[in-house]
Ligand binder design. Structure first.
Ligand SMILES: [Zn+2]
Ligand SMILES: [Zn+2]
Length: 451
């Protein structure tokens, strides 16, 4: 099968019996991306036998898409109720869920989220709890979470990810998506760029620890990323075909995550760096930054770390005897560092290390043994990435931020993220590999010195 010819409908149809040994499925009925795609909503609802829709939007998304949905339903004589969040800077927290619960019209049998990240998370979470299906009308190609089966909620002021369900239908109306604010398009592009590093992190993990790997999903993702890259010039001009490719790239990323039941195909070191800054911003009460902006900057840093590793390998500077002599992980010292750099989330991170023991001597030794044996393969993985300059140039081309300082991240937050972002999850990436080789600190120094 030629992977570049696969379209989203093929992916939604039957379960895919994959060579990786898994059966890949996603519980979605339709993805419709096109000009005036919103006009398909009445037909889709009727086919599914839904009688009344509950529309959820915020002030902005109501203006750009909510009214169009209402007009379409009026014309087709479909009943609906609408709830519009009035607040600026809506947060997907207890208050937002409470307001929605109080406004919810229980004569409705399908909920429609009209918006991007936040509205999508709120409706995904709410509909899951209510055991109701939901549709999404996307308003910006800004992130890949539209059809992932998790919702990022803020609970007790802390961001928490909940396993939920995926939308039954996604509608991407290109007349709306192509008018999304420029920073949101750049952010979506940044989220796609992050796939380079996350897919290479996955490959590294397979090389080092034999982690499950699906060639089909990697090819699918790579093809989607390449198509997005090819449409770069069109994105600058907001051409619909280019916006369509970007949207597909983001959707395929969501499908890939659903296919294997976790975020491995779409999230690696670049996302861990981004999460580190997000937790910090939340703790410091700073205004949140678009997810894809942080991921784009995280990707530049991760690629630079890959480049640093490649240089070190090429210069033959990896001395395994010395590395073994220098291993000195002390759990208590590490835990006090974690407390310092994650003042709001340290407990969970310490618990995670107690469970996973990823930094313990036994596990480190096993990995370092494999690293020594497979250094050639690691080198190949490093060589396969586009350069950090190229990535920077593309984000800059879309007027997106490329330096941490552009979005208010200072030098110490860059340094600490490089050293400690890997502790957020038990997921092997370039960050863990550099730590294993006792190179992470030097890597962090090089990157912070070359702002
Ligand atoms: Zn597979
Ligand atoms: Zn992302």
């Amino acid at each position: 099968m030629d992977i570049s010819e696969v379209n989203i409908d093929d992916l939604l149809k039957q379960p895919i019996h994959c060579d990786c040994g898994h059966i890949h499925t996603i519980d979605m009925k339709a993805v419709i991306v096109g000009s005036n795609a919103i006009e398909e909503l009445p037909r889709i609802m009727e086919e599914a036998n839904y009688k009344k829709a509950f529309l959820v939007a915020d002030k902005n998304t109501y203006e750009v898409a909510g009214k169009k949905v209402e007009d379409t339903f009026d014309e087709a004589n479909i009943a609906y109720s609408t709830y519009v969040y009035k607040e600026d800077g809506l947060i997907p927290d207890e208050t937002a869920i409470g307001s929605l619960c109080m406004a919810y019209d229980d004569t409705c049998d399908i909920i429609i989220a009209i918006g991007a990240g936040t509205i999508n998370d709120i409706v995904k979470f709410f509909s899951y709890k209510m055991k109701l299906s939901f549709y999404v009308v996307g308003t910006a190609p800004s992130m890949d979470g539209y059809i992932s089966s998790s919702a990022a909620m803020t609970v007790n002021n802390l961001k928490t990810t909940y396993t939920t369900h995926v939308p039954e239908v996604f509608i991407g109306d290109l007349d709306i998506l192509s008018k999304a604010p420029r920073p949101m398009i750049a952010a979506g592009f940044g989220d796609i760029l992050g796939k380079y590093t996350c897919l290479h992190d996955w490959k590294l993990s397979t090389v080092i620890s034999g982690e499950y790997y699906c060639e089909y999903i990697v090819d699918l993702m790579t093809s989607a990323v390449n198509k997005t890259m090819e449409s770069f010039d069109g994105l600058l001009e907001r051409k619909k075909e280019a916006i369509e490719k970007l949207t597909y790239g983001l959707l395929i990323s969501g499908i890939a995550m659903s296919f294997i039941g976790n975020s491995r195909p779409a999230s690696g070191s670049e996302h861990h760096l981004s999460h580190f800054w997000e937790i910090l911003f939340q703790y410091e009460g700073k205004k949140p930054v678009l997810h894809g902006e942080k991921v784009g900057i995280g990707t530049i840093i991760s690629v630079k770390l890959y480049e640093y590793l490649l240089r070190t390998i090429k210069e033959d500077k990896i001395d395994f005897n010395k590395i073994r002599e220098n291993y000195d992980f002390s759990f208590s010292e590490w835990a006090s560092e974690i407390k310092r750099v994650y003042p709001s989330a340290w407990q969970e991170i310490v618990e995670l290390e107690k469970d996973s023991l990823k930094n313990s001597k036994d596990n480190w030794e096993r990995r370092i043994e494999a690293t020594k044996k497979k250094l050639d393969q690691i080198k190949e993985v490093c060589e396969d990435l586009p350069s950090s300059e190229k990535i920077e140039q593309m984000i800059r081309g879309l007027d997106g931020p490329v330096r941490p300082a552009d979005i208010g991240i200072d030098e110490s937050a860059v340094y600490n993220a490089i050293l400690y972002a890997k502790e957020i999850r038990n997921r092997y990436t370039i960050l863990q590999l550099l730590w294993d080789l006792n190179l992470l600190e030097e890597g962090a120094n090089i990157i912070t010195a070359n702002k």
